[in-house]
Design a protein. Structure first.
Length: 114
């Protein structure tokens, strides 16, 4: 899941809202855990992005693809061995969740942006 912040919205609230909007589950603040940040550079010149990664081990509701116009489906995959067609950005999130560290910079040229 992912998305953008709404005006005045804290990161943890946005993550819970996105879970509700994209997969139809309700996650409480107590069920949510912050895991880290990913700072991704877009080498094509688009805006770089920072992603706050949260996890929940439990929630209310049955997950489903609540945005079929935006997503192909909902898939459960192994974080340790994602399929070869898994998006590299998603693979980075899995690596952060399973191995750390709590911050990763991805796709930046050696030495950072110039």
């Amino acid at each position: 899941m992912g998305g953008h912040l709404q005006a005045g919205e804290p990161l943890d609230h946005a993550a819970r809202r996105e879970a509700r909007e994209e997969v139809g589950v309700v996650i409480s603040a107590e069920q949510q855990e912050f895991c880290g940040l990913i700072h991704h550079h877009d080498a094509g010149g688009a805006l770089d992005r920072i992603t706050a990664v949260f996890v929940a081990q439990s929630w209310t509701g049955e997950p489903y693809n609540a945005e079929p116009d935006k997503h192909e489906g909902l898939f459960w995959v192994s974080m340790e061995k994602p399929s070869p067609d898994c998006h590299p950005y998603t693979t980075t999130i899995f690596r952060l969740l399973t191995h750390g560290p709590s911050y990763r910079a991805t796709n930046w040229p050696a030495g950072g942006a110039r």
